[in-house]
Design a protein around this ligand. Structure first.
Ligand SMILES: Cc1cc2nc3c(=O)[nH]c(=O)nc-3n(C[C@H](O)[C@H](O)[C@H](O)COP(=O)(O)O)c2cc1C
Length: 158
């Protein structure tokens, strides 16, 4: 059965998700990051998470070969950061306040949660790859609402 890509996207868009920026370091040590909604918790024991990355992403080698990454869970007032890390900006970090996590990857300020990971595995996922991370450190701020992505647009809770 052939699945029409438009309908596939429309069906997947009915699944509301949060928005993250996954950050890491390139082989040259430069910070890299991309907006990712295909993020999921995977396992509690051991603590594993996963995200799915387009094989065409320029940051692909940083995440398939680099030792670590950070999943920065965006808050409702961070849509501009989501757009920055999904857009063509040359230096995405120039306009976004950030520091460094314990694993050496960029850690964005003002996020709902910071999930530091060591790369555990990389699996095939068609035109994407599935990157598994073992959680090495966590930070949680539950005083704000999440940025939500639904039907191809940002949404707010409630
Ligand atoms: C809300 C939102 C969610 C996204 N989710 C994903 C995703 O889960 N996986 C992915 O590969 N790209 C996703 N993208 C697209 C990437 O952020 C974008 O293609 C980015 O530029 C890829 O990084 P690159 O510049 O290194 O190629 C998303 C974009 C937006 C705006």
């Amino acid at each position: 059965m052939t699945i029409d890509p438009k309908r596939f996207r429309a069906a997947m868009g009915q699944f509301a998700s949060g928005v993250t920026v996954v950050t890491g370091r390139g082989v040259d040590g430069r910070p890299v990051g991309a907006t990712i909604s295909a993020f999921s918790s995977l396992s509690l024991d051991p603590p594993l998470v996963l995200f799915c990355l387009d094989r065409g992403a320029t940051c692909l080698p940083a995440f398939t070969q680099g030792p670590a990454f950070i999943v920065n869970v965006l808050a409702s007032d961070q849509a501009d950061i989501s757009n920055t890390f999904a857009g063509p900006a040359e230096d995405r970090f120039a306009t976004v306040a950030h520091g460094s996590g314990a694993n050496g990857c960029p850690r964005l300020n003002g996020c709902l949660a910071t999930v530091e990971c060591a790369r555990e595995a990389v699996h095939d996922g068609g035109d994407h790859v599935i990157i598994l991370g073992r959680v090495t450190a966590l930070d949680v701020h539950d005083d704000r609402d999440p940025l939500v992505y639904f039907r191809g647009a940002y949404a707010l809770l409630g």
